[in-house]
Design a protein around this ligand. Structure first.
Ligand code: NAI
Length: 498
């Protein structure tokens, strides 16, 4: 403890003149060290170390947070809900292998650690749970709600999803049966026709409208008020939509997008309408599917309202492996020449993607070769990747990787991480040191979420980082900076120079 009664618990304090704690805030004066590179007259690089001083401010009080899922009755929606209930109630259930306890494996925030430093006496590494680096929300405390075009309560929807063990389902069934998704907006042209038979919980109107935006805004406000919440985060985990055409005058600017919604233009997707409603409520909105929800007009609207957005497409099994393996090959100095991929999707997501227009979204976000068969693999998605690389003196290395995973069990912890990290970002502010201006928020587009997302959205004009290790380092080091800790360094000179 840090001795601050009333403040969020933390397992360490930073002992530095650059870091101050009050009951309400942690403030850090942080020196950001980079290298600025010029080219001299001979064409050689000249690298100059550069320092920029930032003041970070972190609000310590952990708010009461609601997570609203669009597509709550789907595989991911039901699985993450049951998973949180199971953890909250510390459930233990029987499987054929024995007792299984609820856990948060697969969540960076809940399951992984970071190095705090080395023990002053023994020189041994001290690691802390990632969750403890800043005063983050605990997923057990999230209040869950959301929308679905299917009216099934969450207990029925969980059965339909065929993801969880019967013994676990029995333990959460009663609570889940009381959870019923709010009616949603359904524009049939955007998802596969084969989804129509589940669309029995829809608002009137099959095209974008101001009435839809206003209804969704009211849903968010009501959820917040009814559950006595400080904050809400909205996440799209509904079906993959087809791409929306980006048309000048329609969705290219914030004003045009709002006008297009008012006029019921057919190129405005349900996910974009949800994004707009969230942005106008100043509620963070995350897109877990591959489509282009964030048309330029939506990004501009988020910037205008200082609202946080993040996307696109949960990076669960195969793509995470891919970005780790590519990282390794490239950093090893091996020349990767091709990757061929085969995906075998078995659940409702696969059924929706068996329609060509929706599959295009996946294709664009993954650049993959996918088989559109609908076999009986249920949530156990299969993926086979072959990596072909050129090695020393014209030799070759072929890596064949077969990945089977229960996809919703990988995606659910990502949903948790996205919510917890996004909420944390709403409590971090910065300013240039010494400047007398007010503290600011980060850019509206939260690229710090890249680790969890396949096609990371970044602020317009900024580069996308795809390497998994770098994405994680950005996240950890930004959080460390907020409490005045240096970036994680693996130099370990303390073990090399003595
Ligand atoms: P799912 O098909 O089981 O669930 C989607 C749910 O969304 C369904 O219950 C459906 O009724 C609902 N829905 C469709 N349109 C809606 C709308 N306009 N408003 C409200 N609800 C609507 O799919 P699953 O497996 O849960 O995946 C969800 C999304 O996440 C898909 O787009 C998928 O591509 C994406 N994703 C999933 C990953 C995973 O590992 N499970 C990984 C990467 C992306």
């Amino acid at each position: 403890g840090d001795g601050n009664a009333g403040a969020a618990p933390s397992t360490f304090v930073v002992n530095s003149p650059n870091v101050t704690y009050t009951d309400a805030e942690i403030k850090s004066n942080y020196t950001y060290r980079t290298t600025s590179v010029d080219t001299d007259a001979n064409g050689n690089f000249v690298a100059t170390p550069k320092e920029v001083l930032y003041d970070f401010k972190v609000e310590r009080k952990v708010p009461k947070v609601g997570m609203m899922l669009v597509g709550w009755g789907g595989n991911n929606g039901t699985t993450v809900t049951a998973g949180i209930l199971a953890n909250r109630r510390k459930l233990v259930w029987d499987t054929k292998e024995g007792h299984q306890e609820a856990n948060y494996y697969g969540s960076v925030v809940m399951g992984s650690t970071m190095k705090l430093g080395t023990d002053a006496k023994t020189n041994k590494e001290i690691n802390i749970p990632f969750h403890n680096v800043l005063p983050m929300v605990h997923p057990n405390d999230l209040v869950i709600g959301g929308w679905d075009i299917s009216s099934m309560n969450l207990a029925q929807a969980m059965d339909r999803a065929q993801v969880l063990e019967p013994a676990l389902k029995a333990l959460v069934k009663k609570e889940m049966a009381e959870m019923v998704p709010l009616p949603s907006i359904y524009y049939p042209d955007f998802i596969a026709a084969n989804q129509e038979d589940r669309a029995d919980n829809v608002l009137e109107g099959t095209q974008a409208s101001t009435a839809h935006v206003e209804k969704l805004r009211k849903d968010i406000r009501d959820f917040k008020a009814n559950n006595d919440l400080d904050k809400v985060i909205v996440m799209w985990t509904a079906n993959t939509e087809r791409y929306a055409d980006v048309i000048p005058g329609v969705n290219d600017t914030a004003d045009n997008l709002l006008k297009a919604i008012e006029q019921g233009h057919e190129e405005v997707s349900p996910s974009t309408v949800f994004a707009v409603a969230s942005i106008l409520e100043n509620i963070p909105f995350i897109n877990g599917s591959p489509q282009n929800t964030f048309v330029p007009g939506a990004i501009e609207l988020a910037e205008r309202h200082n609202a946080y957005i993040g996307g696109d497409d949960f990076k669960s099994g195969q793509t995470k492996m891919k970005s780790a393996l590519v990282d390794f090959l490239i950093n090893a100095g091996i020349k990767l020449t091709s990757i061929a991929s085969y995906n075998h999707l078995g659940n409702n997501d696969g059924k929706n993607l068996s329609s060509q227009k929706q599959f295009r979204s996946k294709e664009i976000s993954k650049s993959n070769v996918v088989d559109d068969m609908m076999p009986a693999v249920a949530d156990n998605k299969r993926a086979l990747d072959e990596y072909y690389a050129e090695i020393f003196l014209g030799g070759h290395q072929t890596i064949s990787l077969f990945n089977i995973c229960e996809d919703s069990l990988l995606a659910s912890p990502l949903i948790i991480d996205l919510v917890v990290i996004t909420e944390m970002m709403t409590r971090i502010q910065w300013k240039a040191s010494g400047a007398d201006n007010d503290y600011k928020r980060f850019h509206s587009v939260l690229s710090v979420l890249s680790y969890m997302l396949k096609a990371p959205l970044t602020p317009p004009g900024t580069p996308v980082v795809n390497a998994l290790a770098k994405q994680r380092a950005a996240l950890t080091n930004i959080f460390r900076a907020c409490v005045g800790l240096e970036p994680e360094s693996d130099m370990t000179l303390e073990h090399k120079l003595f």
